[in-house]
Design a binder for this molecule. Structure first.
Ligand code: 9MR
Length: 465
């Protein structure tokens, strides 16, 4: 429903007059203009892609959680599913962080990329320090894959089964697995993973394989031979840990040649690091780099997933691994979207129109009040901007408690209240408004809180692509 500005003004004027007459107060706060754009996950879905990020499970609350839930349709645990994380002592498992990420993903209609089952790094000490016969190694690996894939059967839809099997020259990397079991550890791992969850997509994932070269050609030849042998392999992950200005010119061609083998391709760990400090020229180059990678994925139908390795500069592996380098992700450390964010959105088909310069505001009012109870109303109004979904948040200052809400889904935790749009009133057009109401209890005082607006992700409104 399009509501004219004059009608909104009239409605607001009437509302304000009523409120003033009732002695009520009004609180409002503007939503940043960028949040009115469609989230990356929706833009990606319109292109038939999944937009992902690596996450740290313990951080999935507050703004970090809001952005992870709103912007992305796929989560990769950055560390939580690695062998060293899940079985630090032989036979003693810790699934807490992995479970938390899976639960968050399910609540937000996201798929999970399991990462990773067979790797030379981040293995538990008992495994790497042990001395094992090939038969023992094989049993250990089979049990590990069976246990982990089995635990998340039906919940983790894609696995990076084998991670980083190659050297830069395309020879096999010397690892616990290669040295003990030979190159067929890869085929065995894929076969065991398939047995543990026949529906999960199985990938081999590596870095420095984004462009055509010795390493990517070794990966290409491996995938071709696995397919020829009937070994289950569904996809190839190109990590894409890139350096500013160095997107390989053959990226799209390389994605295409893997797709032509009959496997899916995912950009699994995209980041673009720069020498610090960042400046506007570097951020512009970084935006161009993110755009080029996104566009290459968009151009190939079988490039199904574009995942960034952390979405905020406050949660990136780069700074500690490459001293003096950083600022590698699409959001800065304070969660402000960088030019790279806009570039991804544009390459996904969004942001081609001039961003709105206006804002959406939320006004909170107590419309009636009695000895222990009250009725409240929040009205969200957009002018020069628009919303496709919304979430209104506030903190009660005097122990008030919501007992019932209508035209929104409200949750209260302590004094913090968060209300998401109902399925039918998420859209607030430029010049339009929507409202919702609630009943609550109060005692002593009933001060009006300041309401902040964010973009909602209602689990019910989202389905995993
Ligand atoms: O992001 C991960 C970081 O927190 C770990 O310290 C690091 C240890 O090697 O692994 C990082 O993730 C890696 C991923 O699992 C595989 N590809 C390279 C990533 C960056 O190192």
């Amino acid at each position: 429903m399009k509501t004219s500005r004059s009608a909104v003004r009239a409605r607001l004027a009437a509302l304000c007059a009523g409120l003033l007459a009732a002695g009520a107060l009004l609180a409002a706060q503007a939503l940043p203009a960028h949040a009115a754009d469609a989230p990356l996950r929706d833009l990606a879905a319109a292109k038939g892609k999944v937009m992902g990020t690596a996450v740290t499970g313990s951080k999935l609350t507050g703004t970090y959680g809001d952005i992870a839930g709103a912007q992305f349709s796929s989560l990769t645990p950055g560390n939580a599913m690695k062998w060293g994380s899940v079985e630090p002592t032989q036979g003693s498992f810790d699934w807490a962080e992995a479970d938390r990420i899976v639960a968050f993903a399910q609540a937000h209609g996201q798929l999970v990329r399991g990462h990773t089952l067979v790797w030379h790094s981040q293995n538990p000490g008992w495994l790497t320090n042990g001395s094992w016969t090939p038969a023992q190694l094989s049993t250990l690996l089979q049990n590990h894959i069976g246990t982990e894939v089995g635990r998340y059967k039906g919940k983790v839809s894609v696995w990076d089964v084998v991670n980083e099997p190659f050297n830069e020259d395309g020879t096999y990397r010397s690892t616990l697995w290669y040295d003990g079991l030979g190159a067929d550890y890869i085929a065995s791992a894929l076969t065991w993973a398939r047995a543990a969850d026949p529906a999960a997509k199985l990938y081999i994932n590596d870095y420095n394989v984004e462009g055509v070269g010795a390493k990517s050609t070794a990966l290409y030849n491996l995938v071709r031979s696995l397919k020829d042998r009937g070994v289950p392999i569904d996809g190839v992950g190109l990590q894409a840990h890139l350096i500013l200005g160095q997107v390989p010119g053959t990226l799209q061609q390389n994605i295409q040649r893997f797709a032509d083998l009959g496997v899916d391709v995912a950009i699994t760990e995209l980041d673009v690091r720069m020498a610090l400090p960042a400046d506007s020229a570097k951020l512009a180059q970084q935006a161009a780099d993110y755009k080029a990678v996104t566009a290459a994925c968009v151009a190939v139908a079988r490039c199904v997933n574009l995942t960034v390795w952390g979405f905020t500069d406050s949660d990136s592996w780069v700074d500690s691994t490459f001293p003096g380098y950083g600022a590698a992700t699409p959001y800065d450390a304070s969660y402000a979207p960088k030019p790279a964010y806009t570039a991804i959105a544009q390459a996904l088909g969004g942001g081609t129109t001039t961003p709105p310069t206006g804002a959406c505001t939320a006004a909170y009012a107590v419309t009636s009040q009695w000895n222990t109870g009250f009725t409240g109303q929040v009205t969200i109004t957009c002018s020069g901007a628009a919303l496709s979904s919304w979430r209104a948040n506030w903190t009660f200052g005097a122990g008030q408690q919501i007992t019932q809400a209508w035209n929104a889904t409200c949750t209260q935790s302590g004094s913090a209240v968060s209300c998401a749009n109902a399925s039918y009133n998420g859209t607030v057009p430029d010049g339009g408004s929507v409202g919702f109401g609630f009943n609550g209890t109060w005692s002593g005082a009933n001060p009006v809180p300041a309401v902040t607006l964010g973009q909602a992700v209602s689990a019910a409104a989202r389905t995993a692509p």
